[in-house]
Design a protein around this ligand. Sequence first.
Ligand SMILES: *Cc1c(COP(=O)(O)O)cnc(C)c1O
Length: 414
Amino acid sequence: MDYSGFTTRVLHTRYLKNDPYGSLHMPVYDTVAFEFDLAEDMELTFQGKKPDHVYSRISNPTVENFENIIRVVTDALTVTALSSGMAAISTLFLTLLEAGDNIITSKHLFGNTYSLFETTLKPFGLQTRYTDLTDPGMVAKQIDDKTRAIFLETITNPQLEVADIKALADIAKNKGIPLIVDTTITPPYLFNSKKHGVNIEVISSTKYISGGATTIGGLIIDNGTFDWSRSGKFVSEATKYGPFALSVKLKREVSRNLGACLSPHNAYLQTLGLETLPLRVDKSCRNAFAIAGHLEEMSQVKSVNYPGLKSSKFHDVARKQFGDKPGAILTFDLDSKERCFSFMNNLNIIRRATNLNDNKTLILHPASTIFCEYDADTKKQMGVRETMIRLAVGIEDVKDLITDINEAMKKTYN
Ligand SMILES: *Cc1c(COP(=O)(O)O)cnc(C)c1O
């Protein structure tokens, strides 16, 4: 049967091998090694001629089942699950790049991703060119024959900036380089990367996919739409493996060598999370809309930033790309840092914590926490104000969240 609905496909994608006990949930194969009946089979498997599991750093049935469900729902060519979002991003770029290469991106990046490019990869001769990705003309100008990718986040955090992905995909295609997108905040179901011309998607499955904020994990999703035959390091791979060129290098070499494998237990929990992803995305985005609208009406609030609001300059492009679900993260400003702290401390339901897309609504003050290492100038460049609060909206009953906000605001401005 050919299923079309996201949730139906998540729930009913069959295991790659029948479970001997007919288990309705993929069991957790907590094992390191797998045995063979015959030495001949072992030889064939080690030679890559027979697809069996050997050792769980390389592959594992529970992890493979999670990857396969993601592959089916995204219509991707291959999926690689790793131990964290950062493992996915670092493993991908180490697979893709060699000394002397550069990538084009924006300074509005997840903090560790920025640090990966700027601090960790730079000494290996990898150059990062920062530009304004919401200005496609600027992007095209930065590309030269050593550029190996355009990389962006679908909604930047905490600026909540939305680039036109179709425009960037056209530039990337024209220049013969892949478009790589971090879709953590707008995961599959909410955003279909393949349809928008994205070649490779990376996700921190720690966030929306794990759902209950139970486990750390990451995904590399290769849509299989990039032609590697003219791409530096991959020319010979492309002759042998065609669209699988990157995936082969990633799966057979780099991810094994770096060893950041996802644990079977975490793959199991994230597969469970995936089953309710659409329900949670729908509810948290609805809640975010309601709260953003409510904050806009509050006299104490100086400004509200949410791509779903008409007042956001990214409203139209967000609508085009994400429909009525432009994520569940918003920011707003009070009149001082002290007021922000006081407001946060007066909350009873909303928790002070740093995750995103948890089931629980979480709040933080970006300038004093995730951006605390940056100097005032850099913070300004990154659009991080001392008066700004970030709210990552969860799936609670929205009236309780609004009551919590109202009461905390009243106490703060009393
Ligand atoms: C959290 C996050 C990451 C890193 O993911 P981890 O699972 O924490 O390693 C990368 N990109 C974005 C956009 C994130 O929000």
